[in-house]
Structures are given as structure tokens and as C-alpha cells.
Design a protein around this ligand. Structure first.
Ligand SMILES: [Zn+2]
Length: 432
């Protein structure tokens, strides 16, 4: 059967609700028709009905159909480091992240973790992600092999680090360049895969290595650049000591040609006004990682200021410093972060950032992010009665806004009943 049909409440966004209140579309009785793995039609059930004649209809009770979630910043090698007690960023890296990454010297371990990680993404309704691998090229191979087998739209890259990390995790400017180039040539554009040049962050790369990363971007204009920026105050002081010639942290990257419209910067908690304006001018994107920022005590990201500067913002789980792979976790902590800043993160905006906004940040929005006809059918069937509390709370909801907000506060992987990748069932909570 090349056509599939789903009936339930349906929500997606057609643009950024901050700029256009009509960009969010909710249908209490909606539907989605998928043909050959792509969206044929989505909207109110009444408008779809004539197109569904003769089709088997999947109509589960209490279902909300949403686009697959997009994680704009996550480290798959750090799954075993999740929930590491007691540190801020720099000591956390030393005590938790680096040891977990060292285990990836073993290809067998990398393969096992790639399978586990992608299964967990799908269990959480996440169908696309921008992922840090490790310094080992085979960590990229392992994740791409597994993502290709599952036909997922996924982007990763080999981490570049040639100083200030354990010896086992260091490459050199030249080796990092050669290995990245070989991986790009091997994987970029294969299936639904994409590559990101991935310097960890300025303190662990020499100027020479950052310049080599810039050279890769110039040679391969379609790939992304993915790194960390202005996460923690001690980190920022360290960067200014290591790169005294740079005007600010962002300028360290800019001098190497790493700040452009295909760059994704995780965190950006402590940006200066100048850095924020420069990100806006360059059309770079930000991955807002509220779970991680709270967990490591890094600070509160200024979402309103980023939106004012017209910067595209997606959510990143930043596991292992983030405490969950669920986009509901990001929405939940993102809302609280906004509260602490005296701002308000509307649920339509939060769902936008977890879907279409993330897709735009990762330059995959012409493929995924909403239910526009012709897009790849990556989506989830959410169970609005997944827990007694969720069922009870949503039974008294008065409108879509309240439903989505309560769901984002109470939801977790139990609310992901099914996840579909390019129209194929990729996770079924009730049979696994
Ligand atoms: Zn990170």
C-alpha cells in the first residue's frame, strides 16, 4: 500500500509564530495522508475525506499528529555520561564527557551506542538531529551506517580537537582536515544524511585547526558548521586568554571563516550585543539547550533578544549535559528559562522551535519540519492520555494552546505512541 492515512488532532507550523500568529495550524479533527513516504495532504478531516476513500485509516483514540521533533544539538557519545553529578562545564567535560568519548576508540562500542542512541531518539519522537560524534572517524561511520539503515535525516561530523583534552582524544590540524574531508566525500548527501564540520569549541582547537575547518567549509559549501559558543563564563575567559587577538568569542570563529548562514552555535548564553548582532547579520543559527544550561548552571539564554536579532533558534537536548532526549524536556526547561528572564515562551513557539524552527536552523526545512505537501513524512502520533495525570489535565483543556502547553510540561517518551520516518513505522511504544 503506497498510501497511508492517519486521523486525529493535528498540529504543525507553517512559519515562525513570533512573526505571524497565523503560522500555527491546529485541527481538533484532522488528518494526514502519506504517499510514497511523503506528505500528500494534511489538514481538517472534512477537507481530506474525499481523498481517503478506499484507504485504510489509522485512527487511534486521543491522538495528536505532529511533525517529528528535531534535536539541533546533541552528543551521541555522551549517552553514558548523562546525569553526572556536581560540576560546571569545564570540570564536567574532564570528569564525565571525555571519559565517555574515550570509550569510542572501540568501533564495536561506537556501533552499539549508535544503535541505542537512534532507538532512543525515535522513542522520543525525534526524527532528525545535528549530532556531535567523537574525534574518532569511525564514530561518524558508525552513526551514519545506522542512520542510513533507518533512513533517518541526520547530520553529524567528526569532532576536531588538537589541544586541551586527553591525548587519546586529540587529532592534529592536518589529520582532522584530511579525516573530515574523507568523511564528507564518503557520506554527505548519501540517503538522507548530511555532514557538519565540528570543532568542539575554541579552547580545544589551535588557530591552525580552526583555519583548516574554515577551508573545509569553503571547499564544501553545502555542509554545516557545528560548534559551541558562549556557554559558560569561565569558558569565555579562557577563550579570550587563548585568542588575545580576537575581539570576542564569536570573532575567534569568524577569523577562520566559520560564521556563516550554515553555522549552528550551541548555547549562546552569554553573548555580547555585538556577537548577537553579528550572528544575525551572518544568518547563523542557535541551538538553545535549556536542560543543559540549567543542569550545568551555565545561565539563562536570552530567547527574546535572539528573536529580535532575527536569529533562527532550534532546541538542543545537549545530552549528556542535557538530562533527557525528549523535546518535551527542552520545551519544559525552555519555558522556565524564559520565566527567569521575564519572558514568555508560548507553546506554539516552543513546538515551532522543536520542529520547523529546528529544521530551518539545520537547513533541512525544504525536506522536513511540517506537513506541507511534498515534504518527507517524518511524524509522531502522540498519546494525549499516556498517563493518568496527562489524561486528566488535558480533559479540562479549553483550547489548543492550553493542550499543547500542558503536554509540553507533562509529556515524556510515554506520550510518543508511534514515530514514523519517511512514512515507515520506526517506533511503536505498544509493541516494543
Ligand atoms: Zn554540547
Amino acid at each position: 500500500m503506497s498510501k497511508l492515512c492517519f486521523r486525529g488532532a493535528l498540529f504543525h507550523t507553517l512559519g515562525n509564530p513570533v512573526h505571524n500568529a497565523d503560522a500555527a495550524a491546529y485541527y481538533a479533527d484532522g488528518g494526514l495522508i502519506v504517499e510514497h513516504g511523503k506528505v500528500l495532504k494534511a489538514g481538517a478531516w472534512d477537507d481530506l475525506q474525499s481523498a481517503t476513500i478506499g484507504l485504510p485509516i489509522t485512527h487511534l483514540p486521543d491522538t495528536l499528529i505532529v511533525p517529528g521533533f528535531i534535536d539541533a544539538h546533541v552528543h551521541y557519545p555522551q549517552v553514558d555520561a548523562i546525569g553526572g553529578f556536581g560540576e560546571h562545564l569545564l570540570d564536567w567535560l574532564k570528569n564525565y564527557a571525555f571519559p565517555a568519548e574515550m570509550a569510542f576508540a572501540d568501533m564495536h562500542h561506537a556501533r552499539k551506542m549508535a544503535k541505542f542512541f537512534l532507538s532512543e531518539l525515535l522513542r522520543n519522537g525525534t526524527t532528525s538531529a545535528l549530532v556531535f560524534a567523537t574525534v574518532h572517524p569511525h564514530s561518524v561511520d558508525a552513526l551514519f551506517e545506522e542512520a542510513l539503515a533507518r533512513n533517518m535525516r541526520l547530520i553529524t561530523g567528526k569532532v576536531l580537537m588538537d589541544r586541551n583534552a586527553p591525548d587519546e582524544l586529540l587529532d592534529s590540524a592536518q589529520d582532522g582536515y584530511v579525516q573530515s574531508k574523507a568523511l564528507i566525500e564518503k557520506w554527505a548527501g548519501k540517503g538522507r544524511l548530511g555532514y557538519a564540520v565540528t570543532p568542539r569549541f575554541a579552547p580545544t582547537s589551535t588557530r591552525e585547526q580552526l583555519d583548516a575547518a574554515g577551508k573545509l567549509l569553503a571547499e564544501f559549501p553545502d555542509i554545516l558548521m557545528h560548534t559551541h559558543l558562549c556557554e559558560n563564563k569561565k569558558e569565555i575567559e579562557w577563550v579570550s586568554a587563548l585568542f588575545p587577538e580576537a575581539r570576542d568569542y564569536l570573532d575567534v570563529y569568524a577569523r577562520a571563516g566559520l560564521v556563516n548562514d550554515r553555522s549552528v552555535f550551541a548555547h549562546c548564553v552569554h553573548l555580547t550585543a555585538k556577537e548577537r548582532a553579528d550572528l544575525g547579520t551572518a544568518n547563523s543559527a542557535i541551538a538553545f539547550c535549556p536542560m543543559s544550561n540549567m543542569f550545568l548552571g551555565s545561565g539563562c539564554f536570552d530567547l527574546a533578544a535572539a528573536q529580535e536579532a532575527d536569529i533562527e533558534v532550534g532546541f538542543g537536548s545537549d545530552v549528556g549535559a542535557g538530562t533527557s532526549l525528549s523535546s518535551f524536556g527542552s520545551m519544559n526547561e525552555g519555558y522556565k528559562t524564559a520565566q527567569l528572564k521575564g519572558q514568555r515562551l508560548h507553546p506554539f513557539q516552543a513546538f515551532y522551535m522543536a520542529t520547523l524552527g529546528g529544521a530551518r536552523a539545520l537547513h533541512i526545512d525544504h525536506h522536513v519540519g511540517n506537513f506541507t505537501a511534498g515534504k518527507e513524512a517524518d511524524f509522531c502520533l502522540l498519546d494525549m492520555a499516556a498517563t493518568p495525570l496527562l489524561k486528566r489535565r488535558l480533559s479540562v483543556s479549553k483550547n489548543a494552546e492550553e493542550t499543547l502547553f500542558a503536554l509540553s510540561m507533562l509529556g515524556d517518551d510515554r506520550a510518543i505512541r508511534r514515530t514514523y520516518v519517511a512514512g515507515q513505522l520506526a517506533h511503536d511504544r505498544d509493541t516494543e
